[in-house]
Ligand binder design. Structure first.
Ligand SMILES: *Cc1c(COP(=O)(O)O)cnc(C)c1O
Length: 392
């Protein structure tokens, strides 16, 4: 079955629910059991790792519908939901480390993921080394006897460097080190984490899975071997559970992921190419562009590109950048992305870097290209660049 078909069918079972197309939204905490035997049996099943309806935190058919759909698409053994992408990252990190352990984290990781290392892991005596996203096979030399996990994100946050995921994952596996990857950019549709050797795949479902800028959600899928640690940490120790309405919105968003992403991809590349031809732009960071340094890896490993990329302007005063972005009509200025609408962000990559410094010789921006007509988006940006030039 092809991915587009899986997106439509996975995790749905109308026959179990009066023929209603979508899985119902169960609001649940307590699940009542009729007899002591049933109660005891449920406990045994849960302890054995069997999925079931035991207590709200362990999930309901609403949660299972989303988890099943994500696994069908991405190939994980099981998946867990979290109230945000960052909750998913923090829980996944904590699942594998203890005092005295060492973590290798990509230098271009999503900023708050680094904060988890500095603000959380460090307090419990776990040391982090940040590595160059272009490290490739060189990751082997960074693995120490106490290294427990390698954390990846491709492309890199804000600056979009590609990583050689299979090479890094293979090196880690040979040394018995678990790999976690933030796969939010590509979604389960455009990057198949488990085929590429990753053990744990993390998503801010908040972005493209929800897809409509109206809910926060995190997802972590794992291989059979890595699953027990993920489930134990999230459900038994941290008590992570997501609200049923948000879980429902995520599974609803998923149904249209393929058509939305195809459009984000097409329009994103058009805008990126248009920007590359502009004299005000010194660099466009978009792995799907043929002359991008990460293009060969993207082509080899990824099945598509969403609408998120970066570009850098020639050196300019702050007021020129403000003139550009303040007057945009179709690009909202804000964090997050992955909804149907376009967004712009003026970024400061070096606030979140310690190994691979970003050449901040000109302002760096990030665009999320939404589902508007691409000609309208380009016209909006063109007017913005006129204001930029006028303010120089
Ligand atoms: C937004 C984002 C997150 C965090 O997700 P939230 O739901 O906002 O907590 C994690 N990773 C990446 C790459 C993101 O863009």
């Amino acid at each position: 079955m092809k991915d587009e078909t899986k997106l439509v069918t996975a995790g749905r079972d109308p026959e179990a629910n009066f023929g209603i197309v979508n899985p119902p939204v169960y609001h649940a905490s307590t699940i009542v059991h009729a007899t002591l035997d049933e109660w005891d049996a449920a406990h045994e099943r849960r302890k054995a790792g069997e999925r079931g309806v035991y207590y709200g935190r362990w999930g309901t058919p609403t949660t299972f519908a989303l988890e099943d759909a994500i696994c069908a698409l991405e190939g994980g053994h099981r998946c867990a939901v979290y109230p945000s992408g960052l909750a998913a990252i923090a829980s996944a990190l904590l699942a594998f480390v203890k005092t005295g352990d060492h973590v290798l984290m990509v230098d271009t990781a999503y900023g708050p993921a680094r904060r988890c290392c500095e603000g959380l892991l460090k307090r419990f005596g776990v040391e982090t080394t940040y590595y160059d996203p272009l490290v490739g096979k060189g990751i082997e030399e960074l693995i120490r006897p106490n290294t427990r996990l390698v954390y990846l994100e491709a492309p890199g946050s804000l600056t979009f460097e590609m990583q050689d995921v299979p090479v890094i994952a293979e090196a880690a596996r040979r040394r018995g080190v678990v790999t976690l990857m933030d796969n939010t950019w590509a979604t389960p549709l455009y990057f198949k984490s488990f085929e590429k050797g990753v053990d744990v795949s993390i998503h801010a479902g908040t972005k493209y899975v929800v897809g409509h800028s109206d809910a926060m959600l995190g997802l972590v899928s794992a291989t059979r071997e890595a699953w027990a640690a993920i489930e134990g940490m999230s459900k038994d120790l941290l008590g992570q559970a997501a609200g049923p309405d948000d879980v429902y919105l995520a599974q609803r968003g998923l149904r249209t992921l393929a058509v939305r992403l195809a459009r984000h991809w097409e329009s994103g590349v058009k805008v990126a190419e248009w920007l590359r031809g502009r004299p005000e732009v010194v660099r466009v960071m978009h792995p799907a562009l043929p002359d991008d340094p990460g293009h060969a890896l993207w082509r080899r490993d990824f099945l598509g590109a969403p609408g998120l990329f970066g570009f850098q302007l020639k050196p300019a005063p702050r007021k020129a950048v403000a003139a550009l972005v303040d007057g945009l009509e179709l690009f909202g200025m804000g964090a997050s992305w992955g909804g149907y609408e376009s967004l712009v962000l003026v970024s400061r990559p070096n606030l979140f870097r310690s190994v691979r410094r970003w050449p901040e010789d000109g302002p760096t921006l990030r665009l999320h290209i939404g589902l508007e007509a691409v000609d309208d988006l380009i016209a909006d940006l063109e007017a913005g660049l006129r204001r930029f030039n006028d303010a120089l």
